[in-house]
Design a protein around this ligand. Structure first.
Ligand code: ADP
Ligand code: ASP
Ligand code: MG
Length: 413
């Protein structure tokens, strides 16, 4: 058995969905679980709906609706049952946003944003069926059990394993949603942005599949994001450990939680292009030698660098640090780089507008806090001095950190 994951870009329009069918049709292996993300940038659109809803600014579903209906009009005859199914999912959101919010932002977010994946999988599953590609649509909320940390739910591995084994049997083809799960009280959760890769890894881990294939709009894992580096090159193979490092530092091509479960069961991960399916792509497996051996460049934009000092400018000691870390953890903010001097502690984090203001408020009540926003963090793995010059040029660097294999810079964008 294999797990295939198709991201938003692969199903962004009718042509993309037809292409997914042609990839599946060409594939000799019969049994697989197909994990699909929301179509194109649907998640971003639904995030805007949630934000308007929470801010009391009459949210509109029109853009998302038009997008989905335009696609299904191209793929199906007018009387196909998919029109009702898609409509019903939109009605669910309309009901959810009819009344004022009663719960937290994170809870409301998950109830609304998760519909993106329900829509895409209903559409793809129905299209495959129409092409006589027999498949079973599975509601991921029946098989992925999580806690109630909305927007970043943690997997209950024991229950999830039992449920996956109950719902998925070998020799069949399934279509299910990435990114979403469900609490034991039946509330929908999401696993964090870009979490569909992680869903694929969870399924693969439990089912002990032969491999996982993540289909992308790039040839595989490259040594840099081609949106920032036009000379980015394909990495033909690399080890799980190297892939974990790249994903951890922010290489957007794979969700950081994806690798660990696969590494544990020694299941190879392939990253392939849905545009050139005949190409081998990148294969990631235990102890793989990195081929070709290249420096990797990782860019993270929209960073904020915060400097924290005691109000009496005394030394920053362990007591302060443990309090500061507790605040970051409380606000669910991961630290990308940190550094300290005698009287200041510097932290570079993603400037999440939902979370950072609340953290700043709390920090400011106890410490002297300064910040710079609109920054970029660049990480280079396996760097040389030339690589550093290539990235930093004559930019003014606000923070720099070097270890044997990795160097990181924070600079103004
Ligand atoms: P999906 O359709 O699965 O959501 P994403 O858009 O999240 O796909 O991921 C693919 C994109 O990741 C590519 O188009 C590319 O711009 C970006 N990317 C960032 N870093 C890398 C990298 N190291 N290798 C390949 N692609 C990368
Ligand atoms: N649709 C979700 C997102 O855009 C999950 C994913 O694509 O992996 O974040
Ligand atoms: Mg994505």
């Amino acid at each position: 058995m294999k797990v295939y994951k198709f991201g938003g870009a692969s199903v962004k329009d009718a042509k993309g969905i037809r292409n997914v069918y042609s990839i599946l049709k060409e594939d000799a292996s019969s049994d697989k679980v197909i994990v699909i993300s929301a179509i194109g940038k649907t998640t971003n659109m639904l995030e805007r709906v949630v934000n308007d809803y929470i801010n009391g600014q009459s949210p509109s579903l029109e853009e998302v609706k038009r997008y989905h209906f335009d696609i299904i009009k191209e793929l199906f005859a007018e009387n196909h049952s998919i029109f009702d199914e898609v409509n019903n999912l939109f009605v669910e959101i309309e009901w959810a946003i009819e009344d004022s919010p009663t719960s937290t932002y994170d809870y409301e977010y998950d109830q609304i944003v998760s519909v993106g994946e329900l829509l895409s999988t209903k559409i793809v599953s129905a299209f495959l069926e129409q092409q006589n590609f027999v498949n079973t649509w599975v509601d991921a909320r029946d098989i992925i059990r999580t806690d109630n940390t909305y927007r970043n739910a943690r997997i209950d591995w024991e229950l999830t394993s039992d449920l996956i084994r109950k719902f998925i049997s070998p020799q069949c083809v399934y279509v299910t949603q990435g990114f979403i799960g469900c609490t034991s009280e039946n509330f929908t959760t999401t696993l964090g942005r870009e979490g569909s890769d992680f869903t694929a890894a969870i399924l693969s881990y439990v089912l002990e599949t032969e491999e996982v294939v993540i289909w992308k709009d790039v040839d595989g894992m490259l040594n840099a994001d081609p949106r920032f580096f036009d000379d980015a090159q394909l990495l033909n193979q690399l080890s799980f450990s190297e892939a974990i490092e790249l994903a951890y530092f922010g290489a957007k091509v794979i969700h950081p939680k994806t690798i660990q479960p696969l590494k544990e069961k020694n299941i190879p991960l392939r990253v392939k292009s849905f545009l050139n399916p005949a190409n081998e792509g990148t294969i990631i497996f235990e102890d793989a030698e990195m081929l070709p051996f290249l420096p990797s460049f990782i860019i993270k934009e929209n960073q904020i660098l915060i400097s924290i000092s005691a109000k009496d400018l005394s030394f920053i000691v362990e007591e302060h640090l443990s309090h500061i870390f507790a605040l970051f953890s409380k606000h669910g903010l991961g630290i990308n780089v940190m550094q300290n001097s005698a009287v200041s502690f510097y932290v570079c984090i993603d400037n999440d507008i939902q979370k950072v203001p609340a953290l700043m408020n709390e920090l400011q009540s106890e410490y002297l806090v300064k910040y710079n926003d609109g920054l970029t963090l660049c990480t280079i793995r396996h760097y040389s001095e030339d690589d550093i010059t290539k990235v930093t040029g004559n930019k003014s660097i606000l923070l720099e950190q070097k270890s044997r294999h990795t160097v990181q810079f924070v600079f103004s964008s």
